[in-house]
Design a protein around this ligand. Structure first.
Ligand SMILES: *[C@@H]1O[C@H](CO)[C@@H](O)[C@H](O)[C@H]1NC(C)=O
Ligand SMILES: *[C@@H]1O[C@H](CO)[C@@H](O)[C@H](O)[C@H]1NC(C)=O
Ligand SMILES: *[C@@H]1O[C@H](CO)[C@@H](O)[C@H](O)[C@H]1NC(C)=O
Ligand SMILES: *[C@@H]1O[C@H](CO)[C@@H](O)[C@H](O)[C@H]1NC(C)=O
Ligand SMILES: *[C@@H]1O[C@H](CO)[C@@H](O)[C@H](O)[C@H]1NC(C)=O
Ligand SMILES: *[C@@H]1O[C@H](CO)[C@@H](O)[C@H](O)[C@H]1NC(C)=O
Ligand SMILES: *[C@@H]1O[C@H](CO)[C@@H](O)[C@H](O)[C@H]1NC(C)=O
Ligand SMILES: *[C@@H]1O[C@H](CO)[C@@H](O)[C@H](O)[C@H]1NC(C)=O
Ligand SMILES: [Zn+2]
Length: 502
C-alpha cells in the first residue's frame, strides 16, 4: 500500500511537473504582437549576390555595401517536399503554413489521405489576430493561398478564391486584407479577363453582400490613402493575372509591392490599435520565381531589389511600432539553378543597361505589326529590342539572326534573355526550381521575440526544415494546428464535379 501510494504520488508529481513546464512561463499566448512573414519566391543565395553586386555597380557603391536583408541573416531552411528533393511553391508554402511536408502541388492537404490540415493563418485568426496577404502574383497562387485555403491541386484557383474570401470555409472568413493580382479567378470566364468556369463574379458578390470592400485599379488604390482610408476586410485586385515585373511595370497603372506593403502595414496597424492581438501579415515578392523560370538576369535582379526595398520599409515600421513585432523572411525555394561567375563590375553592365524583361521584349516582337516584312523585322529587333530594350552597344549579326530565327516559337524569350546572361557571366542550370537551401532573415523590436527566434530549437537560428517555421510560431503565439485540422475537416478540397452532375 505504502509503496503504491508513493508511486502514485510520484506519477502525480511527474504529470504535474510536465504540465507546469509545458505552460509558457511568460504567457506568450496572450502577449499582443505582430507577426510579419516575408517570402521572396525563388530567391536563392546566388540571386541575392547578383542583386547586391548589380546595385553596387549601378549606384557606384563600395564592394562591401550590403542589401537591407543581409544584416539580418540568421539561418537556412531545407526545402525538400514530401515527394521530391525539389519542391514547388505549393508544397513549400504548405510546409511553412502547416508544419507538414506534402506532395508538390498540394495546398494545405496532407500527402497520405489528402485531407485538409490546419494552417498558421487559420490558427492566428482564431486567436484574434487580423490577417493580411500582399503579393505581386495572383492572390490565388500557391504562396498567398496556403494560409487559408485547402485544395488537392494548386491549379484549382477558382475554389481557392472562394475559400480565401471565406466562402465555404468552416471557420468563415480568415483573411482581413488581400492585395495583389489575379482578378481572373474572381470573375466570370464569359467576361473579359475572367477565368471562372462557373461564371460567378465574386468581386460583385462580396460588394453586393457587403462582406468586403474592394479596390480594383490604381485610382481606387490611391483612394486608400496609403492605408489611412481602408475599411477592412479589403480585397484589392490590380491585374487580371500577375502584376508586371518591376522592370516592365508602369507604376501609374499598377501599384508596386512597396506601395501595397505601406497600405497593408498602415491599415492593419490602425485596425488592431485597440485590439488585444496584433496582426499577421504575409508579404510575397512573388516574381523572382518567374524571372528564374525565364532565366532572365536583368529581371530577377530588380525583383530581388524591390523585395529588399520592402524589407527596408518593414524595418522602418518595426522600429517605430509600439507593438512587439517579429519579422521573418525567407524564400520557399530557389528557381533557375542560378550561378554567378562575373568577376568585375563591367560584367554587370548588360544587366544594368536592360530596360525590359525578355518576356516583355519577346511579346513586343510577336506583336510587331510588320512581323512578315523581313527588313522591318530585322530593323525592329536591332533597334527596339537589342539596342533599346537590352541597352546593348555591341552585338553581332549572328545574334540578331539568332533572335529572328526564334520568332513564333517558345524559344524567343529565352534566346533574348541569354543575350544579357551570357554577357553578364550569369548561367542557369534549369528552367525549373532547384533543391538548394534558402536563407532565413529575422529582426524585431522586442528583445523577448529576438531571443525566441535566435534559439536553435524552437527558434530559427541555424539550419532547419521549412516545417520548423510553425514550431516557432507555436513558441511565440501558442497556436494549436491539430485543433484547427479538426475544425476544418469538412472543407471541400476538390472542384471537380462527379460525373453526371453539371
Ligand atoms: C511522405 O509522406 C508519406 C505518407 O505520409 C510518409 O510515409 C513519408 O515518410 C513522407 N516522406 C517524406 C520525405 O516526407
Ligand atoms: C453572397 O451572398 C449569397 C447569399 O447569402 C451567398 O450565396 C454567396 O456565396 C455570397 N457570395 C460571396 C462571394 O460571399
Ligand atoms: C476613401 O474611400 C472611399 C471609398 O471607400 C472613397 O469614396 C473616398 O473618396 C476615399 N477618400 C479619399 C480622401 O480618397
Ligand atoms: C510611428 O508610430 C506612430 C504611432 O505609433 C504613428 O502615428 C506614426 O505615423 C508612425 N510613423 C511612421 C513613420 O511610421
Ligand atoms: C518593309 O519594311 C521596310 C522597312 O521598314 C519598308 O521600307 C518596306 O516598304 C516594307 N515593305 C513592304 C512590302 O511593306
Ligand atoms: C551599357 O550602356 C553604356 C552606355 O550607353 C555603354 O557604354 C555600354 O557599352 C553598354 N554595355 C553593354 C554591355 O552593351
Ligand atoms: C547563349 O549565348 C552564348 C554566348 O553568346 C551562346 O554560345 C549560346 O549558344 C547561347 N545559348 C542559347 C540557348 O541561345
Ligand atoms: C475530384 O473529385 C472527383 C469526383 O468528385 C474525382 O473523380 C476526382 O478523382 C477528384 N480529383 C482528385 C485529384 O482527387
Ligand atoms: Zn516556380
Amino acid at each position: 500500500m505504502t509503496f503504491n501510494l508513493k508511486v502514485l504520488v510520484l506519477i502525480v508529481i511527474f504529470l504535474f511537473g510536465n504540465i507546469v513546464t509545458s505552460i509558457p512561463v511568460d504567457n506568450a499566448a496572450v502577449r499582443k504582437q505582430n507577426i510579419i512573414f516575408l517570402v521572396s519566391d525563388g530567391m536563392g543565395a546566388a540571386a541575392v549576390q547578383l542583386a547586391r553586386t548589380f546595385k553596387q555597380t549601378r549606384d557606384d557603391l563600395e564592394f562591401n555595401d550590403l542589401l537591407n536583408l543581409d544584416t539580418s541573416l540568421i539561418g537556412t531552411f531545407r526545402t525538400r517536399s514530401n515527394d521530391s528533393y525539389v519542391t514547388d511553391s505549393a508544397a513549400a508554402g504548405t510546409a511553412l503554413a502547416t508544419g507538414k511536408k506534402t506532395y508538390n502541388g498540394a495546398i494545405g492537404v496532407d500527402p497520405e489521405n489528402k485531407k485538409p490540415i490546419g494552417t498558421i493563418g487559420e490558427a492566428l485568426k482564431q486567436l484574434g489576430y487580423t490577417i493580411g496577404i500582399v503579393v505581386t502574383t495572383r492572390v490565388t497562387d500557391a504562396t498567398p493561398s496556403v494560409w487559408s485555403a485547402h485544395a488537392l491541386l494548386r491549379g484549382q484557383e477558382d475554389l481557392i478564391a472562394e475559400q480565401m474570401l471565406g466562402v465555404g470555409h468552416p471557420l468563415g472568413r480568415v483573411n482581413d486584407l488581400i492585395l495583389g493580382g489575379g482578378r481572373n479567378f474572381f470573375t466570370p470566364l464569359d467576361s473579359e479577363g475572367g477565368a471562372r468556369p462557373d461564371n460567378r463574379n465574386l468581386v460583385e458578390e462580396v460588394q453586393a453582400n457587403g462582406t468586403w470592400t474592394y479596390a480594383g485599379n490604381r485610382e481606387q488604390f490611391d483612394a486608400l490613402q496609403g492605408g489611412d482610408n481602408v475599411t477592412l476586410p479589403l480585397l484589392g485586385l490590380f491585374a487580371d493575372k500577375d502584376i508586371p515585373y518591376k522592370i516592365d511595370r508602369d507604376e501609374s497603372v499598377y501599384p508596386s509591392l512597396l506601395e501595397e506593403t505601406q497600405v497593408a502595414l498602415k491599415a492593419l496597424d490602425k485596425a488592431t490599435e485597440e485590439n488585444e492581438q496584433g496582426f499577421f501579415l504575409m508579404i510575397e515578392a512573388s516574381r523572382p520565381d518567374h524571372a528564374g523560370h525565364a532565366n532572365d538576369a536583368q529581371t530577377i535582379a530588380r525583383e530581388v531589389l524591390e523585395f529588399d526595398d520592402v524589407i527596408a520599409e518593414v524595418s522602418k515600421f518595426v522600429q517605430n511600432s509600439t507593438t512587439d513585432t517579429i519579422v521573418v523572411s525567407t524564400a520557399d525555394h530557389e528557381t533557375g539553378g542560378l550561378s554567378v561567375w562575373g568577376t568585375k563590375p563591367s560584367d554587370y553592365q548588360a544587366i544594368f543597361n536592360a530596360t525590359h524583361s525578355s518576356e516583355f521584349l519577346a511579346g513586343s516582337i510577336e506583336d510587331f505589326p510588320q512581323k512578315d516584312n523581313d527588313t522591318a523585322l530585322t530593323d525592329f529587333i536591332t533597334k527596339d529590342v537589342l539596342q533599346e530594350g537590352l541597352g546593348l552597344s555591341k552585338f553581332t549579326d549572328e545574334e540578331v539572326q539568332r533572335v529572328k530565327g526564334k520568332v513564333g516559337t517558345s524559344k524567343l524569350a529565352p534566346t533574348i534573355a541569354n543575350l544579357t546572361s551570357s554577357r553578364s557571366k550569369v548561367a542557369w542550370g534549369t528552367g525549373g526550381h532547384s533543391a538548394v537551401d534558402v536563407d532565413i532573415y529575422s529582426f524585431s523590436n522586442s528583445d523577448y521575440l529576438k531571443q525566441k527566434v535566435l534559439n536553435t530549437k524552437d527558434g530559427l537560428a541555424g539550419t532547419h526544415e521549412n516545417t520548423d517555421f510553425s514550431n516557432f510560431i507555436r513558441s511565440i503565439a501558442g497556436i494549436n494546428l491539430d485543433e484547427i485540422t479538426d475544425l476544418i475537416a469538412d472543407i471541400n478540397v476538390n472542384t471537380t464535379l462527379p460525373s453526371g452532375s453539371d
